[in-house]
Design a binder for this molecule. Structure first.
Ligand code: UDP
Ligand code: MG
Length: 329
């Protein structure tokens, strides 16, 4: 019988001291497993010697593959490069900094094989800074769960398991890897959460600061829009636009009545400016909505664009790789 293949996708940005240990821990975690494994490290333009270390690891373990990106494209882009080139029926994502524990991998694989499309890690006992990480993340998780309607304890945990068709149908933009469970909910997926181990960072440093909070919130706005209205943007803009025009028409009628029936001047009335503003803004909103409708048609046609650019693929020699040229933006 053919063995199930599991792909482990790991974005790496300046993690030279971590990747060796990480590889050892992964090997220890999977050595008694029935599945076959491929470990895909995506070097996201590291400036340290992560790449050299990765090549050394690969020399001793042919299951290791390396995608070397031309520059630092960010964690989401690195993960999507991994998604594009992985072949496993089960796909695991995790950080390279040893904060996620490879010992949890078998648990995630089992849950996916049981029939879940996404298995989300939940760092129940988190080892990160309190003020800059745990507090924003507490409120962040509540807010994201409420707005997207997909309730999770830990959106920030990158240790996750997927069925491959989920990751093959995803396009990640910006900082979107965090929102994969919410985005994928649109496909009607079955997901679950499992508590996973979390450790503090020993080597290297975190690539993010408090400013990430703002990007996370902005991404949330676009996620909400894309999830709820990307097929019908006119209903957002058009609704507001119609309401404004209607308000403008009523106040305009009242002004007309004042001028021609009551014979009072209206040039100095604030209501006149309000009326003009409402009518103008209303038409603007509706035309914006119509433009958005047209854009969304194009968007859903599926622009074949990548968010990353690859310098070198190592370890993919015997695979049919779809290397159609794609534009970056
Ligand atoms: N990472 C990446 N590209 C980036 C930033 C981060 O590939 O531009 C990787 C990083 O090497 C690590 C993971 O993404 O494997 C998570 O990053 P980090 O540990 O800095 O985030 P934190 O745990 O502090 O949220
Ligand atoms: Mg980390």
């Amino acid at each position: 019988m053919k063995k199930t293949l599991v792909s482990i996708v790991i974005p790496v940005f300046d993690e030279a001291e971590n990747v060796g240990l990480l590889h050892e821990e992964i090997i220890a975690a999977i050595k008694d497993r029935a599945e076959e494994y491929e470990i895909i490290f995506v070097d996201d333009g590291s400036a340290d010697d992560s790449l050299a270390v990765l090549k050394k690891i690969r020399a001793g373990d042919p299951r290791v593959k390396i995608i070397h990106l031309r520059k630092n494209f960010g964690q989401s882009a690195a993960i999507s490069a991994g998604f594009a080139y992985c072949r496993g029926e089960v796909v695991i994502t995790m950080d390279a900094d040893l904060q996620n524990d490879p010992a949890d991998i078998p648990l995630l694989v089992d849950r996916v094989r049981e029939g879940f499309d996404i298995v989300n890690g939940w760092r129940r006992d988190r080892h990160d800074k309190w003020l800059t990480r745990r507090v924003p993340s507490f409120f962040g998780n509540k807010l994201i769960s409420w707005i997207t309607g997909v309730k999770l304890h830990d959106y920030g945990c990158t240790l996750r398991g997927f069925r491959s068709d989920v990751v093959k149908n995803l396009k990640l933009y910006g900082e979107m890897h965090r929102y994969i469970p919410a985005i994928a909910s649109r496909m009607g997926i079955r997901s679950t959460e499992v508590a996973v181990n979390h450790r503090s960072r020993q080597f290297g440093r975190s690539k993010y600061g408090l400013s990430r909070t703002f990007r996370v919130v902005l991404d949330l706005i676009s996620i909400k829009f894309l999830l709820a209205y990307s097929h019908r943007p006119l209903q957002v803009f058009g609704g507001a636009g119609l309401l404004m025009i209607l308000t403008g028409v009523f106040s305009g009628m009242y002004l007309t009545y004042t001028k021609f029936v009551l014979n009072q001047g209206i040039a100095n009335r604030p209501l006149l400016f309000f009326t003009l503003l409402m009518v103008f803004l209303g038409f603007q909103a509706i035309s914006l909505g119509l433009l958005a409708e047209m854009l969304s048609r194009i968007y859903h046609e599926g622009l074949d664009k990548n968010e990353y650019s690859i310098r070198e693929l190592i370890g993919f020699e015997n695979e049919n790789i779809d290397d159609r040229p794609r534009t970056l933006f």
